[in-house]
Design a protein around this ligand. Structure first.
Ligand code: ADP
Ligand code: MG
Length: 347
């Protein structure tokens, strides 16, 4: 494995009190993987990254890079580099000198500097802009200079802490694709920190969803989206409906309907994705969860409609229906409807 965290804890002393920023994180990141740490602000993502990079020492636990214990090894002795949201480019240097800076410091031969910087500017699509100063460039271009500067040293892993946070939405989406391409091209491990779930879902091979200093779930984007391991993950990733109640014999009675929760009894929280639910005017049969409700707001969103459906107990459920011309549903505001979904789509 490229990176391993084993029971890593980070405590800070704040106003005489011990604060645990990271409460015990264990994870493995494979060589060449695009791995994301995803979670809300304050959940411990940056602290985790800083321990991987060596800027912070863990209070407990072990950090391994490429099999070697580096828990107490300083950052400059780790074969790793980091890119931040604030690109921290040298404002008085042009693009070329910014990228070449690290190589010059290490007294790399002129010819090799020329070759490697040229190659890297090619990869980040900045060839021809060598003479520009940072302030003469857009945010996206500056971010690519920062990326080239980090990659030109050929680290075995690159850590990126919310690197696109300062860019507007359109540029951010373009850069997401760009980053993924660059990672494939250089073939090294990327560890990416973000609080933006769609960003993590689009780019990552695997994602660790963090909450309050802990990893709540670790898996591929599809697995995390379709099988959230907790109500927190379901709520944080995409749109989800949370239904709660007391189940008996694997069935949750809810507002005049029944939700299938195989193998579960007692207090349960069920999460169902809006796109897994079917709306029908007639009661469907078969081994499915079925609950009655009344259509409220209907929003037309192009390829699909979003329905807010109120259940008998007052719960509001969001349903997305594909807007095909052969749509079976023509439910409108105020219509009594049935919502149904297969048992395997509740968690
Ligand atoms: P994230 O990057 O997910 O937003 P951080 O890792 O920056 O989260 O912070 C996690 C928690 O640790 C926060 O509650 C933050 O206030 C606290 N924290 C981070 N750094 C320090 C520090 N140097 N001293 C005290 N508390 C800190
Ligand atoms: Mg942070």
């Amino acid at each position: 494995n490229a990176i391993e965290l084993d029971g890593v804890v980070k405590e800070y002393l704040s106003h005489g009190e011990v604060v645990q920023a990271v409460k015990g994180v264990t994870l493995d990141i494979a060589e060449g993987e695009f791995f994301s740490l995803l979670g809300p602000s304050g959940c411990g993502k940056t602290t985790t990254m800083r321990m991987i990079a060596g800027f912070e020492e863990p209070s407990r636990g072990v950090v391994r890079l490429h099999g070697a214990d580096v828990t107490n090894v300083p950052p400059n002795k780790r074969d790793i580099n980091m890119v931040f949201q604030s690109y921290a480019l040298f404002p008085h240097m042009n693009v070329w000198d910014n990228v070449a800076f690290g190589l010059k410091q290490r007294r790399t031969p002129q010819e090799e500097i020329r070759r490697r910087v040229g190659e890297m500017l090619e990869i980040v699509d900045l060839a021809g802009r060598e003479k520009r100063r940072p302030r003469e460039m857009s945010g996206g271009q500056q971010q690519r200079v920062a990326l080239a500067r980090a990659l030109v040293n050929r680290p075995r892993a690159l850590l990126l802490d919310e690197p696109l946070g300062a860019l507007d939405l359109k540029l951010r989406q373009a850069m997401q694709i760009e980053l993924k391409r660059i990672q494939r091209e250089v073939g090294i491990t990327f560890v990416y920190v973000t609080h933006d779930q769609s960003e993590a879902l689009t780019m990552s091979d695997r994602i660790a969803v963090m909450n309050d200093g802990l990893v709540e779930q670790l898996g591929g984007p599809r697995e995390i989206y379709e099988k959230p391991a907790s109500a927190f993950v379901a709520g944080f990733i995409g749109t989800s409906n949370l239904l709660t109640g007391v189940a008996a014999g694997g069935v949750l009675e809810l507002g005049g309907g029944r939700v299938l929760v195989p193998g579960r009894d007692g207090e349960v929280t069920v999460t169902v994705r809006p796109e897994k639910i079917t709306i029908s005017l007639d009661k469907p049969d078969g081994e499915v969860s079925v609950v009655p409700g009344t259509v409220g707001e209907v929003v037309y969103l192009g390829t699909y409609n979003s329905y807010a459906v109120r259940l008998g107990d007052g719960t509001e459920v969001t349903v997305f229906q594909q807007n095909a011309h052969d749509a079976t549903t023509t439910a409108e505001r105020g219509d009594p409807v049935w919502l149904s979904w297969p048992a395997q789509h509740s968690y």
